[in-house]
Design a protein around this ligand. Structure first.
Ligand SMILES: Cc1cc2nc3c(=O)[nH]c(=O)nc-3n(C[C@H](O)[C@H](O)[C@H](O)COP(=O)(O)O)c2cc1C
Length: 188
């Protein structure tokens, strides 16, 4: 069974980003994928502020990301970029942690003003750690109803989301082209 790690960069207690990531995770599970959710909230602030590269939780996150066949990374837009805490955590991960791994970037923002943060901020961060970026998804707060079962209120956007998720899952399974995993790391 293919294994997907879904990583949330939102520090919020009642996070829209996280709800969106759980939605994507549920849809992937329904299609036969094993899913694990991780979050910046799994790591104590002290570990991040002291740049404790060797902390067990940092190593555990690195191990999960290495084992993943595909990764979804989500962040809220904070001040026109991804969250600062996501950067603080990524700074502690090995420089090639997402090598040969397909990554679906996801952002939520208050409006479309910073839609391009996906392109100029989150995708370059993922590329820095050698992740293979897919197109990505951007949701405005008004697109998301946390109380609704289907979560995404705009039907057109919901369908686009499903298509992108299907493309990502297909890439992991090697449907669209040859898998990019080249075997320098054994996958379970
Ligand atoms: C500190 C802070 C900064 C924000 N900056 C922006 C911004 O620059 N552009 C934007 O579109 N939304 C901005 N927002 C709105 C959030 O991106 C939006 O509400 C998002 O859905 C929150 O996700 P979360 O619930 O996972 O934290 C900001 C919100 C906060 C709390």
């Amino acid at each position: 069974m293919k294994y997907i790690v879904i990583f949330s960069g939102s520090p919020s207690a009642l996070s829209r980003t996280e709800q969106m990531l759980y939605y994507l995770g549920r849809r992937a599970e329904q299609q036969g994928f094993a899913v694990k959710h991780l979050s910046v909230k799994d790591v104590e602030a002290e570990v991040l502020l002291s740049a404790n590269f060797n902390h067990d939780k940092i190593k555990a996150i690195a191990t999960e990301l290495e084992a993943a066949d595909g990764v979804i990374i989500g962040s809220p837009v904070y001040k026109a970029s991804y969250s600062g805490v996501l950067k603080a955590l990524f700074d502690l991960l090995p420089p090639d942690i997402l090598k040969d791994t397909y990554v679906l970037p996801v952002m939520t923002g208050g409006s479309t003003s910073h839609l391009l943060a996906l392109e100029y901020a989150l995708k370059p961060l993922i590329a820095t750690v050698k992740g293979h970026n897919l197109k990505g998804l951007y949701f405005q707060d008004s697109d998301i109803d946390k109380t609704a079962d289907k979560l995404i209120v705009n039907e057109n956007l919901r369908q686009r989301t499903e298509r992108q998720l299907a493309y990502f899952l297909g890439k992991i399974q090697g449907h669209q082209d040859e898998p990019i995993k080249v075997g320098h790391r054994a996958k379970p």
